[in-house]
Each structure stands twice: as structure tokens, then as C-alpha cells.
Ligand binder design. Structure first.
Ligand SMILES: Nc1ncnc2c1ncn2[C@@H]1O[C@H](COP(=O)(O)OP(=O)(O)O)[C@@H](O)[C@H]1O
Ligand SMILES: [Mg+2]
Length: 289
């Protein structure tokens, strides 16, 4: 009785269907009745994420939030338009859990570093808990050295025709052994122009731009982009001209004071120092082309 009070409180804050899904997940796991349930430090707009600990083993419960995601949609639509992706025949959508599970299984079959799937229904999934921190956390703390490793891992996926999408730093992790692990595949990207490298260029551009955006050490990061990243992505055959356009578009979006924003977008004050490094980043890609 006493022991479950924290869990009871947490469950009471969850929507009914999510609490039911969690209950099913706990019933599925041996010892589930004794589980300790925690929320992550940061949660996005689209998912309920819960960490489940049973006798030292951890799992992640994941289900979609029941938001008619208008605010998120408007923000994302505006952002993707700013890159020129939409006007050129690109689009994106929020996957349902079943579609995300399909993606996860495809990525696992390709040997990519995504969480193992433990169990899933139409409405929720249980996945492996990944140790470590997100790339975003490292970048904010001034640790910029992991970017090339992340991009290399993306290239491995691209060679197998797999686009992770929405890699902005918060969905890429570095585990305790220093290995890259990718999480969160709720967004899918499409391109009607076929398989011409556009999605791959967008994915690389997205990651590089956001690394510049979030890090507390922009000079150090730009140096790494110039010396390590640009030569690598050229050698791998990415479309540098496309990447330059996407990065430019993202710069314009983030520096636009009139962009739609809401509680989960970052404060304007963070962007005051961005125009100069943003221009340098664009110039690098212009020259490399
Ligand atoms: N499998 C996992 N292992 C460890 N931590 C995770 C895992 N999945 C999510 N998290 C943590 O929870 C946060 C939010 O999860 P995420 O899957 O990115 O969903 P969303 O961004 O929609 O909230 C992540 O940034 C990460 O810190
Ligand atoms: Mg995420």
C-alpha cells in the first residue's frame, strides 16, 4: 500500500487510456507490480514517456499524447516551410505508434543503433532504456566533439535507405560507452521527388544547424564543422548546395522574430548571439560547394 503511493499519484496525473496502457505494460513485465515509475526530465509535445525500473532493470514506456497537435503542427509547418523543403515537394507527418514500431523494427533489422523493442500494442511500446545523455545536453554543456560521430552514424543509416528524421540534438544520445544511440521516431519525412538525396541532405543539415543553435561553444563547433564535418559529408556524396539552402532556411526561421512560438520553443534571448555564427555556417557551405 505505502510503497505504491508515488505510483498511484503519478498514475492519477496520466490520462485514463495512458494509465491503462501503463498497467498493461506492467502486467507484461515480470515483477511489474513492484515497478518504480519515473518521468524524464524533459518531455515533448507528442509523447508520454515513462521510465520503469524493476529490480535494477530499466525500460521505457512510450505512448502518444492525445493532443490535436495544432500548436505543434503550426510551428513545425512554419519551420519546414522556412527550409524550402515543403515548397520543393517535401512533407512530414506524425507517425502513430504502430508505424513507429514498424520503423523501429526496420532500423533494428538494418543493425542500426536504436532501442531494442521489448513489446508493443497499437497504443504503446516498451523499449530498451538507453544510458547516457542526449547530444543536446552535451552541446549545451560545451562538449562539441560528438557531432562527427552522430553524423557518421546517420550516414550509415542513409546508406541503407533509412532516414531517422527530426534529429535536432534531443533525439540523439551518447551512451555510457560513448556509442551513438538514436531515439524518438515519431516524425516521418517524405519527398515526392523520389530518392535523390534530398531527405539525406535535410537530415544532415538539420543536425549540423541545430548543433550550432544549441551549443554554448559555437566557435569550437564551427571549427569542427569546417575541419571534420564538411570534408566527410563531401566524401560521402551529400548534396552540399541543398544542405546550404536548408541551413540558410533554418537560420532564417530561428532568427525570425515573427515565427510562431509557444511554451516549448526556446526564448528569444538565446538567439541574440546567433546571426554571426549562423552566417559563418552558411558561408562555409557556400564555399564548399
Ligand atoms: N529509450 C530511452 N532511453 C533513455 N532515455 C530515453 C529513452 N527514450 C526517451 N528518453 C528520454 O526522454 C526524453 C524524451 O523522449 P523522446 O523519445 O525524445 O520523446 P519526446 O521528444 O516526444 O518527448 C529524451 O530526450 C530522453 O532524455
Ligand atoms: Mg524527442
Amino acid at each position: 500500500m505505502m510503497k505504491s503511493s508515488v505510483e498511484e499519484k503519478l498514475k492519477n496525473t496520466l490520462p485514463k487510456d495512458i494509465a491503462e496502457g501503463l498497467e498493461q505494460a506492467l502486467n507484461y513485465l515480470p515483477g511489474g507490480k513492484t515497478a518504480k515509475i519515473e518521468k524524464p526530465e524533459s518531455e515533448g509535445l507528442f509523447n508520454h514517456i515513462l521510465f520503469i525500473t524493476i529490480a535494477g532493470d530499466r525500460y521505457v514506456f512510450r505512448a502518444r499524447r492525445d493532443v490535436s497537435t495544432e500548436a505543434g503542427d503550426a510551428y513545425m509547418q512554419y519551420m519546414y516551410e522556412a527550409t524550402g523543403f515543403i515548397q520543393n515537394g517535401g512533407s512530414f507527418k506524425l507517425r502513430n505508434i504502430a508505424d513507429e514500431v514498424d520503423f523501429l523494427q526496420r532500423a533494428l533489422a538494418a543493425g542500426l543503433p536504436v532501442p531494442k523493442l521489448i513489446h508493443a500494442t497499437e497504443d504503446w511500446m516498451l523499449i530498451e532504456y538507453v544510458t547516457g545523455k542526449t547530444l543536446c545536453e552535451f552541446l549545451e554543456a560545451g562538449e562539441v566533439k560528438f557531432l562527427p560521430k552522430i553524423l557518421q552514424e546517420m550516414n550509415l543509416a542513409h546508406r541503407q535507405g533509412i532516414i531517422y528524421a527530426d534529429r535536432w540534438g534531443g533525439n540523439e544520445m551518447i551512451d555510457d560507452e560513448g556509442n551513438v544511440r538514436m531515439i524518438d521516431f515519431d516524425i516521418e519525412w517524405f519527398y515526392q521527388g523520389g530518392n535523390d538525396g534530398t531527405l539525406e541532405a535535410l537530415e544532415m543539415a538539420w543536425t549540423i544547424f541545430n548543433a550550432m543553435r544549441v551549443t554554448s561553444r559555437r566557435d569550437d563547433l564551427l571549427k569542427i564543422v569546417e575541419i571534420e564535418v564538411l570534408p566527410a559529408i563531401k566524401a560521402w556524396g551529400y548534396d552540399i548546395a541543398k544542405m546550404k539552402k536548408f541551413i540558410e532556411g533554418l537560420c532564417n526561421f530561428y532568427l525570425d522574430p515573427n515565427k510562431p512560438s509557444n511554451a516549448w520553443s526556446l526564448p528569444n534571448s538565446l538567439y541574440i548571439s546567433m546571426p554571426e555564427p549562423a552566417n559563418r555556417l552558411v558561408a562555409m557551405f557556400a564555399e564548399a560547394n
